[in-house]
Design a protein around this ligand. Structure first.
Ligand code: SF4
Length: 254
């Protein structure tokens, strides 16, 4: 089976544990204002690659991934090509390769039975899901990404039920996703899930801006400064406060 691929990277260090072979898929239905990969949005273009070709590329540098690394699919939005993911991760599992899925969760839809069958097939093949929650508040999420967050939040519960390890990633953008109340609410929400293994609070940067210029798209966050890394730790602490509060409540309830 072929997937529509934007690019491959042999030595990824920020896309999951260890050193990783990273597959960037082409196509994403979200339009996050801070996206630094607008060149992956179009559902057309990219290059068609078979799962065997991708694994051949992986094996060319396989010794480098033995430090607890493996293969990550990111994007774009990988779940828009779920059949391709099932085949690719199925082969990874046969070959003992650690699999990571970096996703926005936007394709998850509990009301779509055929799609849920595919999710049920995929999940046993995924060792780790890195889930980007863009905003915990439904209205702000819509404003930021042009899509609702309802099913994304349900995806967390689903992963928890399926016992799939989950890392939550949250990009902190000055004036847009740095409100302490929402950061706490995010923590309070994810704190309920036992499969939560890590939290990445990522600083917004402006490096994507030039890609917008090249594509002739207006940059939606023009003038918004990069996130000050000295404030970032304090912001992450707000999310952790929410997690701790939820976990304390849950332990008192037991
Ligand atoms: S989900 Fe990712 S690739 Fe898609 S628009 Fe948002 S940041 Fe960009």
């Amino acid at each position: 089976m072929e997937g529509r691929i934007h690019s491959l990277e042999s030595f990824g260090t920020v896309d999951g544990p260890g050193t990783r072979f990273v597959v960037f898929v082409q196509g994403c239905p979200m339009r996050c204002k801070y996206c630094h990969n607008p060149d992956t949005w179009a559902m057309t273009g990219g290059q068609m690659m078979t799962t065997d070709y991708i694994l051949e590329q992986y094996h060319r540098n396989e010794p480098f991934y033995r430090n607890g690394g493996g293969l990550t699919v990111t994007g774009g939005e990988p779940l828009m090509q779920i059949d391709f993911l099932i085949e690719l991760y199925g082969k990874c599992k046969e070959q003992g390769i650690h699999t990571c899925l970096d996703t926005s969760g936007i394709a998850f839809n509990p009301d779509n039975a055929p799609m849920m069958e595919k999710f049920d097939k995929l999940m046993p093949l995924v060792d780790l899901v890195m889930l980007d929650i863009k905003h915990i508040d439904p209205e702000h999420h819509k404003e930021l990404c042009q899509q609702p967050n309802k099913n994304i939040l349900k995806f967390c519960a689903y992963l928890n039920e399926k016992n799939v390890d989950m890392w939550i990633r949250h990009v902190i953008v000055p004036g847009i996703t740095d409100d302490d109340k929402y950061l706490y609410d995010l923590g309070y929400f994810i704190g309920q899930f036992h499969n939560l293994k890590a939290l990445d609070a990522l600083p917004y940067h402006t490096m994507g801006e030039t890609k917008y210029e090249k594509l002739g798209i207006e940059y939606p966050l023009k003038g918004v400064p990069a996130m000050d890394k000295t404030i970032l730790l304090d912001k992450k602490e707000k999310i952790l406060d929410g997690i701790r509060a939820r976990r304390k409540e849950m332990s008192l309830g037991n």
